[in-house]
Design a protein around this ligand. Structure first.
Ligand SMILES: C[S@@+](CC[C@H](N)C(=O)[O-])C[C@H]1O[C@@H](n2cnc3c(N)ncnc32)[C@H](O)[C@@H]1O
Length: 267
C-alpha cells in the first residue's frame, strides 16, 4: 500500500505530464479520470514488483496493447525515468489512428524518445525490438485475447492484462446454451461470464508455459473491472499443454477465441 501511495503522490506532482495527457486527477473531479488514475497506479505497483527480476544490462521493452490515450505507458515511463535505473522502451498499439497520432505528439511534447505508438490491430503489429513485457489495461473484449496471443507469439517474459468486457461468453450463454437457465438473471450471467472468461484466459496462458497469478489491480470500490492476470514465462518450455483449457472449453461449450490466433498444429 505504501508503494501505491508513493506512486500516486509522485504522479500528482507531475503537472507537466498531467497537462500533456489532459488528465485531471484531483478528488471530486471527473470520476472516470480518478478511476483511471487508481488503475494506473495499481498497474505500475505490480510492474515494479517484477521489474527487478529483469536484466538491467539492456533495454527492457514494453508493448502496451489497446493503449488508447496511453495514460498507463506515459505515467509508467515518467515514473521509471525518475526512479529506476533501467533503460525502458515503450511501444503502444491501437487501432484508433487519431489516438495514436495524439500519443506520438504527446511523446514529442514530453521529449520521450523511448516511446513509439503504432496504429494496428494488436495481433498484426510488427515491431523492430524483441518484447519483454506485454501489457494491456482494459483492452475491450477480444482485444485482451489478442494481447495474450501476441504475448505468447512474441515469447514475452511477462504478459499482464486487466480485462474489461467479457462479451464472448456472455453472448453464448444467452442463445440456447445448456447453461442458460443457470444464468437467466442478468447479474448472474455477467458474473458467471466474467469468471469463466478469465479462467479460460488463465488456463490458456498456463498451457502455453506461463506461471499465472490473479490479483486485484485496485479496490473494487473504484471499479468492478479490477482483476489482473499476471503471467510469467517458465524457462525451458517448448510444447503447449492445453488439456485444462480444452476441458473447460468443452465443458462449457464456449468456442472461445484464443486458439483461433494460432495455427492448428501449434497444439
Ligand atoms: C477501453 S479503451 C482502453 C484504452 C487504454 N488502455 C486505457 O486504459 O485508457 C480500448 C482501446 O482498445 C482499442 N482496440 C480495440 N480493439 C483493438 C485491437 N484489436 N487492436 C488494437 N486496439 C484495439 C480501441 O481503439 C480503444 O482505444
Amino acid at each position: 500500500m505504501e508503494q501505491r501511495e508513493a506512486i500516486g503522490n509522485y504522479i500528482k506532482t507531475r503537472t507537466e505530464l498531467l497537462q500533456a495527457l489532459s488528465l485531471n486527477i484531483e478528488q471530486g473531479n471527473d470520476e472516470r479520470e480518478l478511476k483511471k488514475f487508481k488503475e494506473v497506479v495499481g498497474f505500475i505497483d505490480q510492474v515494479l514488483q517484477i521489474i527487478e527480476s529483469l536484466p538491467c544490462d539492456r533495454e527492457v521493452v514494453f508493448l502496451d496493447c489497446s493503449c488508447g490515450k496511453s495514460y498507463l505507458s506515459f505515467v509508467m515511463n515518467d515514473y521509471f525515468r525518475r526512479h529506476l535505473t533501467i533503460n525502458a522502451f515503450f511501444y503502444g498499439v491501437d487501432t484508433n489512428e487519431i489516438l495514436v497520432e495524439k500519443c506520438n505528439s504527446i511523446r514529442d511534447i514530453l521529449g520521450y524518445d523511448n516511446m513509439h505508438f503504432i496504429s494496428s490491430r494488436i495481433i498484426d503489429v510488427q515491431l523492430d525490438k524483441p518484447v519483454d513485457l506485454v501489457i494491456a489495461l482494459h483492452a475491450c473484449d477480444i482485444a485482451t485475447d489478442e494481447t495474450i496471443a501476441k504475448g505468447i507469439k512474441l515469447d514475452a517474459k511477462y504478459i499482464i492484462v486487466v480485462p474489461c468486457c467479457e462479451n464472448q461468453i456472455r453472448n453464448r450463454l444467452k442463445s440456447g446454451h445448456p447453461l442458460v437457465d443457470l444464468t437467466d438473471f442478468g447479474l448472474l450471467r455477467y458474473r458467471f461470464a466474467d469468471i469463466l472468461t478469465e479462467a479460460l484466459r488463465a488456463q490458456f496462458l498456463s498451457g502455453a508455459g506461463y506461471i499465472v497469478k490473479l490479483v486485484e489491480v485496485t479496490s473494487p470500490k473504484y471499479t468492478p473491472k479490477n482483476l489482473m492476470i499476471i503471467a510469467r514465462k517458465k524457462k525451458g518450455i517448448s510444447k503447449f499443454n492445453m488439456d485444462k483449457y480444452e476441458k473447460l472449453d468443452e465443458m462449457f461449450n464456449t468456442e472461445f477465441v484464443l486458439k483461433d490466433f494460432f495455427e492448428k498444429e501449434t497444439f
